[in-house]
Design a protein around this ligand. Structure first.
Ligand SMILES: O=C(O)CCC(=O)C(=O)O
Ligand SMILES: [Fe+2]
Length: 206
């Protein structure tokens, strides 16, 4: 990516992220004074390049995973291959590549903060034999401070917890949440990181 266009792109994505944070807070019914998403910022961008794969039927371009972010803004090229797991259909569905469109994924951080009101989207990318594919994934998170990574805790926003809607998750540090890219060793949990944070873990699994 050319340096000038990258700078402009990132600037615009930051603005869009701020607007999205505010809209998500509104959608959750949070008041501006307790809005914890306002501090959400663009922390990382993945520039993904997937070369053509000689044996796409036995390979995968990106393993199924949940992003750790509050939300992710994704730019994909025209090649396609991104799929999201649709809980209702219990199946993977294609996320078509539309020219000029951005995809927004909810990540594990928002599922945790929103006390399960917003669900993290599991996604994967399948490989193709013919053309390379590129994407830019921009991750929005609370600011990352490596000195407090294991000690600063995040949990369901107080305003979203009540007697009627008790906290679904215990609090977790960013370091603990970061495990979400790694599959469950026993392979039985769809979202192992959040499943292990569930307060009613014994009774119910995410
Ligand atoms: O390449 C894509 O479309 C998805 C990339 C992705 O999921 C990620 O970087 O977390
Ligand atoms: Fe992702």
């Amino acid at each position: 990516m050319h340096r000038d266009s990258a700078t402009i792109f990132i600037g615009r994505i930051r603005e869009l992220g701020e607007t999205l944070s505010q809209l998500l807070s509104l959608a959750l019914g949070l008041t501006p004074s307790t809005n914890e998403f306002i501090s959400t910022n663009l922390t990382t961008a993945n520039l993904n390049y997937y070369p053509p794969c000689p044996e796409p039927e036995v390979a995968i371009a990106a393993n199924p995973h949940f992003d750790t972010s509050t939300f992710t803004i994704l730019l994909q090229d025209q090649v396609g291959g991104l799929q999201v797991f649709h809980e209702g259909a219990a199946d993977w569905v294609d996320v078509p590549s539309l020219h000029g469109a951005l995809v927004v994924n909810i990540g594990n951080m928002l599922q945790l903060l929103s006390n399960n009101k917003m669900k993290s989207a599991e996604h994967k990318v399948f490989a193709n034999a013919i053309v390379p594919r590129q994407s830019v994934a921009c991750f929005f998170m609370p600011p990352i401070d490596f000195s407090t990574m294991s000690t600063k805790m995040y949990g369901p926003i107080k305003e979203l917890v009540s007697e009627k809607y008790p906290a679904v998750y215990r609090e977790a540090s960013l370091a603990a949440l970061w495990g979400s890219l790694y599959p469950d060793l026993e392979g039985s949990l769809r979202n192992p990181v959040l499943a292990r944070l569930r307060i009613a873990y014994d009774k119910e699994v995410v």
